[in-house]
Design a protein around this ligand. Structure first.
Ligand code: PMP
Ligand code: GLN
Length: 379
């Protein structure tokens, strides 16, 4: 997207963070934590820099991290060859974009569950392919197998899946994953599975779609250190897939960034063994979820309780606000809080929505203060 002067417009997340900075409002917009990740991870990266790990790493990523990713994924039953089936990327964003560029082109259709994370549709546009959004309906946001099946045409090439899901917080059930898997197998689709919130689940554990029948050979599974270890600025991500698919993505990645983050990669490799961290990170985010869900409900919003991730979707219609985009522009003045309009995750031209996304990856005192401020909307 471009603004009236032809300059690229900032992403909705950059726009909302700038609004928070400008107004001094509490930023529950862009999803980033306000506390640091594991101390050992931070120390390991500093030690790697001091130890001289400062030049180009190998193209596929440092062997230690590829081995650690393969070892980490054994928890789901995968048996990966770290030399051919794992690729380290500049965050999940590069894994997703390089995959779409490698596998899709003009004439190809890419199925997206709508609402969708903004970079998917941008990458589809860069590839010259066509996005085909399939709506998930408020407030359950469940996958509708019939609607998905009706959206598949002979041009369909790829389906982008995201569970735990941004922005709805859905963690797809095995039945929903199997509905997607049946469709992918029947129509010979590839699936790009964005699992950046894999460890941030609050009710039921994450299940990778590549573990479902017929899916290992047609799925590119993507994750990232950013969310798991609260280091969103490090941009260390990875993917795993069939060796020939990894080769195709590497062909693109090598000309996007070539390589990335040499001192961070060995540190993330070690962090992937911190089982206690996975538990404590999910525990504190679950508490944050409960606090914000309670605060929004008390403030008069109708809330869809998220099962995973960083975000909660809340409906402002009951408070008299029909347009979430207009409300988000006014929220800092109305009550000193920033959220992201749900509309930002919908196709251009979609009807106005009264839904707003709020992030709960913040300290409890910040969530409590934001909740108290939001309660002023009703008064
Ligand atoms: N996918 C989803 C669903 C996200 O929410 C985000 C960003 N937070 C990303 C991908 C990008 O991850 P990274 O910062 O590792 O590029
Ligand atoms: N994934 C983060 C979010 O949804 C934002 C990342 C970004 O700013 N691109 O808020």
């Amino acid at each position: 997207p471009h603004d009236d002067r032809g300059a690229p417009s900032p992403t909705i997340f950059a726009e909302m963070s700038a609004l928070a900075a400008r107004t001094g409002a509490i930023n529950l917009g862009q999803g980033f934590p306000d506390t640091d990740g594991p101390a050992s991870l931070l120390a390991d990266a500093a030690a790697a820099i001091a130890g001289g790990a400062n030049q180009y790493p190998p193209g596929r990523g440092v062997p230690e991290l590829r081995a650690a990713v393969a070892a980490h994924r054994t928890r789901y039953g995968f048996d990966l060859d770290p030399d051919t089936e794992v690729l380290v990327t500049a965050g999940a964003t590069e894994a997703l974009t390089a995959s779409i560029l490698a596998l899709c082109g003009p004439g190809d259709e890419v199925l997206l569950l709508e609402p969708y994370y903004d970079s998917y549709v941008a990458a589809v546009a860069l590839a010259g392919a066509t996005p085909v959004p399939v709506p998930l309906q408020w407030p359950s946001f469940t996958v509708d197998e019939a609607a998905l099946a009706a959206a598949v045409t002979p041009r369909a090439r790829l389906l982008v899946l995201n569970s735990p899901h941004n922005p709805t917080g859905r963690v797809l059930s095995v039945a929903e994953l199997d509905a997607v898997a049946r469709l992918a197998v029947a129509h010979d689709l590839l699936v790009l599975s964005d699992e950046v919130y894999e460890h941030l689940t609050y009710d039921a554990p994450h299940v990778p779609i590549a573990t479902r029948p017929g899916m290992a050979e047609r799925t590119i599974s993507v994750s990232s250190a950013g969310k798991t270890f609260s280091v969103t600025g490090w941009k260390i991500g990875w993917l795993h897939a069939r060796a020939d698919l990894v080769d195709a993505v590497l062909a693109v990645k090598q000309y996007l960034t070539y390589v990335n983050g040499s001192p961070f990669q060995p540190a993330v490799a070690r962090a992937l063994t911190l089982e206690d961290w996975f538990v404590s990170a999910a525990d504190s985010l679950r508490a944050g979820r409960d606090l914000l869900v309670g605060g929004l409900s008390a403030a008069g919003f109708e809330v869809s309780v998220p099962e995973g991730g960083y975000f909660v979707i809340a409906d402002a219609a009951g408070l008299g606000f029909a347009d979430g985009r207009a409300l988000c522009a006014q929220l800092p003045t109305l009550c000193g809080v920033v959220g992201v309009p749900f509309q930002a995750f919908l196709r251009p031209g979609a009807a106005a929505s009264s839904l707003v996304r709020f992030a709960f990856c913040k300290r409890p005192e910040v969530i409590a203060e934001a909740s108290a401020r939001l309660a002023r909307l009703a008064g």
